[in-house]
Design a protein around this ligand. Structure first.
Ligand SMILES: [Zn+2]
Length: 389
């Protein structure tokens, strides 16, 4: 079955168009060492569609062959104190609720191992992560006893090692065949009662907030509660908790193995379908408004936050983004590099005084207070605007 014609969750063959964005960077979080390379970074199209049956939302123009999570992929959020406390609470809660002290935990798509380290700090015996983007990379998070990163794509045959829980955070939205991963894990668990924890960007929040900058090429799937519940039920997992966190932006599922329900459709699906249709109309209008606002800036503008949201926003502005001079980010690993497509340099906050921006665009509302305070402490008085939809 093809993504362009069939729903990757339920297999229905009548997707409905939602929203289109042309020529976006294929990998937002891949920064580049020079302007030429940044401008010619691979790009692709987004054609967001929704399945009227199960309410799964996906990019039908996604080409999995474009994606390769190689070294250079930079997706870590834990430089923010806000995210740090979210992750610490999550690790402590999972060890307690899943009774994992002295036991063995797997994480699929572990990144630099931040969560593995937190799990070990909370008493698990071993925490093993899988992530191909960690090949040849150093990380401070594997120093504790029992923490290991395997720099490879996860395969279910690796589940031959002992495991008492499986974590998978911010991976599902990258997969063009999400059901295969769930079914693989389910098979490997067999008759045992092994809990799983999955975390994804909350597309329900994205739809309601019209946060169209969360629509990026890297994400083939956009998960709402009804869709992810259908995925778990169909694959043979009973959700024990479905909740949102991190300001509503993350969707979190805790589940335990049970018998699969291959035809399961969630009763919440029609509401998501309506929200997806409204989102498409609103996003198109909001993009026009932002272009108009930037066209009215006569000095310089910067975007605070060189993550996927800020980079998508900068690229979507097109010619209207001319006043943009730089992107500001706390992550020192990004400094001196350039964003794909628009080729904006990523700088440290300390360089803002020299730039003297008239407008600071904040790419995540959660950090508005942190950022405005920091900028004013430098003696600057720009206009601030939060890049919502
Ligand atoms: Zn479907």
């Amino acid at each position: 079955m093809s993504l362009s014609t069939h729903c990757p969750l339920c297999g229905a063959d009548h997707p409905e168009a939602v929203y289109t964005l042309g020529d976006v960077p294929v990998i937002c979080n891949q920064l580049w060492p020079d302007a030429g390379a940044a401008r010619t970074a691979p790009s692709g199209n987004v054609e967001l569609v929704v399945c009227p049956d199960c309410a799964f939302i996906w990019n039908r123009a996604f080409d999995p062959d474009c994606m390769e999570y190689a070294p250079g992929y930079e997706n870590a959020l834990h430089f923010s104190p806000h995210f740090q406390s979210f992750a610490e609470d999550l690790a402590a809660g999972l060890v307690e609720r899943f009774d994992l002290a002295g036991k063995h935990v797997f994480e699929i798509g572990c990144g630099d191992g931040h969560m593995l380290d937190l799990m070990a700090a909370n008493g698990v015996a071993t925490a093993t992560g899988f992530d191909p983007s960690m090949e040849g990379k150093d990380t401070p998070y594997t120093a504790r006893d029992g923490v290991e990163i395997v720099p490879e794509y996860f395969r279910s045959d690796q589940l031959g090692r002992p495991f008492d829980a499986i974590l998978c955070r911010h991976v599902l939205e990258h997969l063009d065949a999400p059901m295969s991963l769930l079914q693989d894990i389910r098979r490997a668990i067999g008759e045992r009662d092994v809990p799983v924890y999955f975390e994804v960007p909350n597309a329900g929040w994205m739809l309601d907030a019209v946060s169209m900058w969360d629509v990026i090429y890297e994400h083939v799937g956009y998960w709402t509660a009804p869709a992810i519940i259908a995925l778990f039920r169909r694959a043979g997992f009973a959700p024990t908790s479905v909740s949102v966190g991190y300001g509503g932006q993350f969707l979190m599922v805790e589940a335990r193995p049970t018998d699969p329900e291959p035809g399961y459709l969630d009763p919440g699906a029609p509401e998501v379908l309506a929200a997806a249709r409204a989102f498409g109309d609103a996003a198109t209008g909001a993009l026009a408004s932002w272009r108009e606002k930037l066209s009215g800036v006569h000095g310089r503008a910067v975007i605070w936050g060189a993550g996927s949201k800020g980079i998508t926003f900068a690229n979507a502005l097109g010619a209207a983004g001319a006043p943009l001079a730089a992107m500001v980010d706390l992550n020192t690993r990004k400094h001196g590099l350039l964003a794909p497509g628009v080729a904006l340099p990523v700088v440290a906050p300390g360089e803002l005084a020299e730039i003297g921006p008239d407008l600071v665009l904040i790419s995540n509302a959660l950090y508005e207070a942190e950022i405005t305070g920091q900028v004013r402490n430098m003696g600057l008085a720009p206009e601030f605007a939060v890049v919502t939809g």
